[in-house]
Design a binder for this molecule. Structure first.
Ligand code: ADP
Ligand code: MG
Length: 864
């Protein structure tokens, strides 16, 4: 075949060779983008378009005017797509030049139709190596958000991937096999990950001597991943990255650890089943800007473990709540601010258009108002209040005059980061028309009077058009043809159209140009001359506008840092305003945070059900955990009583407190948790149909091996997936282990009422159940958590209520009481708790048991 290649196919092959094999090449041919060979086979299957053959070459094409739509589908299918366009006019005897104009990939989409305004779209990279296990970096190219870290092991990596959910994950070719189950994997030459190369890439991009300033100097794996990302973006995807101005190095110990199972079980950002949005994010999202919505999601997935920054957020909410009118104003102002972050990203990356500039202007115009609102908030705030709270003598209150209005630390920081950029606003107001076009090459972006040479060109064009309008009048008068018209088409330019019946009146000097159904079209030398002037002026005006656009864009982007910090401050303010609004609407309280182990909630409510219950009102409940006498709470009670809701509620309120939000409760003390673990029994997790006992045990092993005394553990049934005796035994020993060895604060909902006997043998165990009442053959769920274990015969009562014959009920009661007689030992202790006497020598029983258990429970997880 090689000798018979046409010049066009030679051109195709040479462009194809410049691309990695996993990137589809869309090759512009006239009105179509064509794909050939393997690309054609794959794309035709994904797009469901016909695969054809020309000279044995498989090909498929998509019309260029509908290309966006097809490209979206290819990207959604996880493919990278290179768009090759025709450059310049075709020359006689030569084929037209073609070039790759852009390459789109799932992690780098700029197309607004493909992006969810409320969430980031991340490209990530993983690099096994370095000091600890894995270097990890990720970037949102639409916003410039770029972060890196190192993760100790596969488990941490899997959890981080679940938290970030990157659309595309870059790894080195040599390491690709170990990550093959990661979604969106792309493998590239490993040298870009090597420390020296990556270090150079990063230094070169950020124009710094060393990476000290980013705090990642000691993290070679992370540097490898971050460097490889930049290299991939610059070299392969040919992106302009000037808006990536920051690199944030984080350690996952800064944040509460949330493993993938817990994120899902607590429905933090996504509801489990389809249908109604029952996620925490759904309940809290009262943000009014896309930046705010994205930041809220990020905060929910990154709860903090430090008190100071959380108290700053809380204080800001308190200040806003003290001035509900200002809170309302502030949120109203925020509503007019558009997605500045992504707009800036578009302007730097893909060029953007005049509408983007318009968006920036409209958003910046709101900034002075926002700053005023914040200032008013500072004035309204009584600075002595905090002094009093910090323990100053009461008589100091009110004595000193309030001199300066002052905002809380965070409020002040936000205000400082909001840059109104008046010169940018002025420039854009002067330059850009009120309703600019979407394209930059068709002109019409700039106001008259903004730039004199542009005005001149436009005037030349306008004068010509006026002249042509007059020409029609003159021609009608001269020829007497009343229906005569001067018209314009892009192919023929200007012409005079005369209907058939009037052709005899046309003067000799007119040249016949074209015959149409209704008559004939004529031109005159004069008409053509003016036409030349008009079109020339129009063309030059358009070119000039495009040049001006680039100038003004660069001028605006000179304020890149200020624009980015303004956008970030708007996002933070928006989230805090949303927290304030939610707290106001649903009567939340400000939790007091501490570093001890106490979680004490009075009248707590489940944040999601509290907002969504319509028929029933949500019944509030208390909880007390202290790591000592109230370390492990065992919760029993019939199905549907509200056990699962209650234990999740405690976890969610703790998490809310750790993102700085107020909480749905009357009072709350939250001793910060380093991690929240959840285990949800198979039968309580209907959406994950394939759940097996093994998965359950894996998750349990994860908890027993990783929980610390500072953790909060939520167990919703353990051991259901196996026989009763097996299940009960495992549930029992897990509970003992958590109580004795891990000492984590634990809530354990279980249908094994036998577990309530643990309270007799363990000092930190407390039994609770959920009150129910029978009334006229109905069970009424009171939803109230009360002390003590559940009534053991409850199941039999339900059976009676359901209409089982009285004989069966009576016999079941007999059998139950026989069983119960064997539950206590001769001296009245629970028989199930019995253990053989400890060996005379060696370690204490529990310690030994613990070591054994640890050895046996070594995780054998397949993680991806
Ligand atoms: P269990 O785990 O005991 O089977 P759930 O926690 O699943 O019960 O609760 C069942 C239903 O009861 C929930 O879907 C909710 O509608 C309702 N519910 C639970 N707790 C409360 C409460 N405190 N107030 C009002 N309704 C509640
Ligand atoms: Mg349940």
């Amino acid at each position: 075949m090689s000798e018979t290649l046409t010049p066009m196919m030679q051109q195709y092959q040479s462009i194809r060779r410049s691309l990695p094999a996993d990137t589809l090449l869309l090759f512009r041919l006239g009105d179509f983008y064509e794909m050939f060979f393997e690309d054609a086979k794959e794309a035709s299957a994904i797009l469901n378009v016909a695969l054809t053959k020309r000279n044995l070459t498989p090909m498929c094409g998509i019309p260029h005017h509908a290309a966006d739509n097809y490209i979206r589908r290819l990207i959604k299918a996880g493919r990278r797509v290179a768009i090759c366009d025709q450059i310049g006019e075709p020359q006689k005897g030569q084929i037209v030049q073609r070039e790759i104009t852009h390459i789109v990939s799932p992690g780098t989409v700029a197309d607004l139709h493909m992006l969810d305004a409320k969430r980031n779209n991340f490209l990530a990279a993983i690099y096994a190596g370095g000091k600890s296990g894995y270097g990890f970096a990720f970037v949102d190219l639409t916003t410039g958000d770029f972060r890196l870290t190192e993760l100790a092991d596969e488990k941490e990596l899997a959890d981080e991937l679940a938290r970030v959910q990157p659309a595309e994950v870059l790894v080195s070719e040599e390491q690709a096999a170990q990550f093959r189950d990661v979604r969106g994997l792309v493998a590239r030459d490993g040298y870009t990950f090597l420390l020296d190369q990556a270090y150079f890439t990063l230094r070169d991009h950020f124009k710094v001597q060393s990476l000290d300033g980013f705090g990642c100097e000691e993290l070679p794996g992370a540097i490898g991943a971050a460097g490889a990302i930049l290299h991939y973006l610059k070299t392969e995807l040919r992106r302009s990255l000037s808006h990536i101005t920051r690199l944030v190095c984080y350690r996952n110990s800064q944040f509460m650890v949330l493993d993938a199972a817990t994120q899902a079980n607590l429905e933090l950002v996504e509801a489990r089943g389809g249908g109604r949005d029952t996620s925490l994010l759904g309940a809290l999202d009262r943000t009014v800007t896309p930046m705010g919505a994205r930041k809220l999601r990020d905060w929910i997935l990154h709860p903090l473990c430090e008190i100071a920054p959380l108290q700053q957020r809380q204080q800001m909410i308190a200040d806003l709540l003290a001035e509900p009118f200002l809170l309302g104003n502030l949120r109203e102002t925020l509503k007019s601010i558009r997605d500045m972050e992504r707009t800036v990203g578009r302007l730097t990356q893909t060029g953007g258009n005049a509408r983007d500039l318009q968006v920036l202007r409209m958003s910046l115009e709101q900034i002075p108002q926002l700053r005023d609102d914040l200032e008013a908030l500072g004035k309204a705030r009584n600075p002595l209040e905090e002094v009093g709270r910090a323990g100053a003598p009461r008589q100091a209150r009110g004595l000193e005059p309030v001199e300066t209005a002052h905002l809380s630390g965070l409020g002040e920081q936000i205000r400082g980061d909001l840059h109104p950029l008046p010169h940018v606003v002025e420039l854009l107001t002067k330059a850009i028309v009120d309703e600019p076009p979407a394209l930059t090459r068709e002109g019409g972006m700039f106001r008259d009077g903004y730039f004199a040479p542009l005005d001149e060109l436009r005037n030349a064009g306008r004068e010509g058009k006026d002249w042509i309008a007059q020409l029609q009048q003159r021609a009608i008068e001269e020829t007497g043809i009343k229906s005569l018209k001067v018209r314009y088409t892009s192919v023929f330019g200007y012409f005079i159209e005369v209907t058939k019946s009037n052709l005899h009146l046309v003067p000799q000097s007119w040249h016949r140009k074209q015959t149409v159904a209704t008559g004939e079209r004529f031109i005159t030398p004069e008409l053509k001359e003016v036409e030349g002037k008009i079109l020339g002026a129009d063309e030059r005006a358009k070119a000039l506008e495009q040049e001006l656009f680039l100038q003004i864009r660069d001028e605006v982007l000179r304020e890149l840092h200020a624009l980015q910090s303004t956008a970030a401050a708007v996002a933070t303010l928006d989230v805090l305003g949303a927290f304030g609004e939610t707290a106001r609407l649903f009567g939340y309280c400000r939790p007091s945070l501490s570093e001890d182990l106490r979680i004490n909630i009075v009248d707590g409510r489940h944040p999601v059900l509290d907002q969504s219950l319509v028929e029933e009102k949500f019944v509030p409940n208390d909880v007390l955990l202290d790591g000592e006498k109230n370390r492990l709470l065992i919760l029993t009670g019939p199905n549907m009583a509200g056990k699962s809701t209650y234990i999740r509620q405690v976890a969610l309120l703790t998490l809310m407190a750790q993102i700085g939000s107020w909480v749905p409760a009357k009072e709350a003390e939250i001793g910060l948790a380093d991690r929240i673990f959840t285990r949800v029994g198979a039968s309580d997790d209907l959406s994950r149909g394939q759940s097996t006992f093994m998965v359950e045990m894996n998750e349990t092993a994860n908890i027993t091996n990783n929980a610390t005394v500072r953790s909060l553990v939520i167990l919703d049934e353990i051991g259901r997936g196996t026989s009763t005796f097996d299940g009960l035994s495992i549930a029992w020993s897990v509970a003992e282990y958590l109580h004795d060895e891990v000492k984590a604060r634990t809530l354990f909902a279980t249908h094994y009422h036998e577990l309530t006997e643990l309270e007799l043998t363990r000092t930190g165990v407390r039994n609770y159940n959920i009150a129910v009442r029978e009334w006229n053959d109905q069970i009424i769920f009171l939803r109230k958590i009360i002390k003590g274990g559940a009534d053991k015969s409850y199941g039999i009562q339900v059976a009676r209520l359901a209409g089982l014959p009285a004989g069966i009920i009576a016999r079941a009661k007999e059998i139950l009481s026989n069983l119960e007689q064997h539950e206590l030992t001769a001296d009245g202790k629970p028989a199930l708790a019995e253990a053989p006497p400890p060996p005379k020598h060696g370690m204490p029983r529990n310690k030994k048991k613990a070591e054994q258990a640890r050895a046996e429970m070594k995780p054998q997880m397949t993680l991806f």
